[in-house]
Each structure stands twice: as C-alpha cells, then as structure tokens.
Write a protein of this length. Structure first.
Length: 172
C-alpha cells in the first residue's frame, strides 16, 4: 500500500512539534470533499449509502458504486478527527458510569449521523482516551459528560484545524 506513505508521519498524534505535520489541503479533502463520491455510493465496510448528497443508513440502490466512506477510511487509516481525554480522581472512581454515558451518546450520534463514530477507546493509568471520526462528535461527547457530571472541559483545534482535541476531568 502506498497511499499512506506521503503523509504517514503526520498521522502520529502528539509526537511532533507545533506546525509540523499539518495536513495539506489535498490530504484534508480526501476525507471530506463530496465531489469524490458518485451518487449513489455504498460503503463496502459499513454499508452506509451516499444518496441525495449525504451519507445515510439506507438500503443501497442497485446502481450504487462501491467506495469506502470517510468514517471507515479514517478508521482504516487510523486517522481520527477528534480526540477526547477523560481523567481525574473522580473519573477514575466513576469510570464505568461515565463510559456508559459516552457509549449512549456515541450510539445515538452514529444512528443520526453515519459519519460520526467512536473509532477507538483506550484506557491507561486512570484516564480514557477516545478517538472519533468527526470533530463535532468529540466536542459533543465532552459537553455531554460535563453537563451530566460537571468537571472541567476544554476543547481546541490542532493540526491546522483538522483535529479537535477535547479534555474533560473531574478531581472530586
Ligand atoms: Zn463505511
């Protein structure tokens, strides 16, 4: 596979100095430019259908072209659009409760917006890191946790505004 080689180093999060590894417009468009999909298109991985100008959960028309959707492409490339980190002593003690809320919110988002997916969950040292295929989902997950459990929430763009990094924590 050669399609990753050009920008592969930019796909490693958090290990490069600021300003290095920013995606070119061309690479960014690879995930979001609607011109690239025929209408209708069916994703062979998740079976979402691009129909009438947007991705939806539907039965694909017979004439649909097979092409991987942007969410599955990000999952395949391991290239999230959002990263949410949850931490703090209170969180460590209530992790399963908070994660149930996260999964509930993520499931609902996926139903309503096929391109908004939770793509990876990683627990380490009392913190949990979530990766999403969509910036709005990352922000929405952070807001859902804060509105339910208070705590401190911050969100900022990184990687030339192509990554939403969200951090929520509650200590006590
Ligand atoms: Zn897909």
């Amino acid at each position: 596979m050669s399609h990753r080689s050009k920008g592969a180093s930019a796909h490693t999060l958090g290990t490069r100095p600021r300003g290095v590894g920013v995606l070119s417009v061309h690479e960014w468009d690879a995930y979001r430019d609607p011109q690239q999909w025929s209408d209708p298109t069916e994703c062979p991985d998740c079976h979402a259908v691009y129909l009438g100008g947007r991705w939806r959960w539907a039965v694909a028309p017979e004439e649909a072209v097979q092409h991987r959707c942007p969410a599955c492409r990000r999952i395949h490339d391991h290239f999230p659009a959002g990263v949410v980190t949850l931490g703090g002593d209170w969180f460590s003690a209530h992790q399963s409760e908070v994660m149930a809320l996260i999964h509930h919110h993520a499931d609902r988002a996926r139903q309503e917006h096929p391109m908004q997916r939770l793509m990876r969950t990683d627990a380490h040292g009392g913190e949990v890191t979530l990766e999403t295929t969509d910036m709005h989902l990352a922000h929405g997950l952070g807001q859902a946790v804060q509105s339910a459990y208070k705590g401190d929430l911050s969100a900022r763009y990184e990687r030339g505004q192509t990554l939403m990094r969200v951090r929520w924590s509650r200590q006590s």
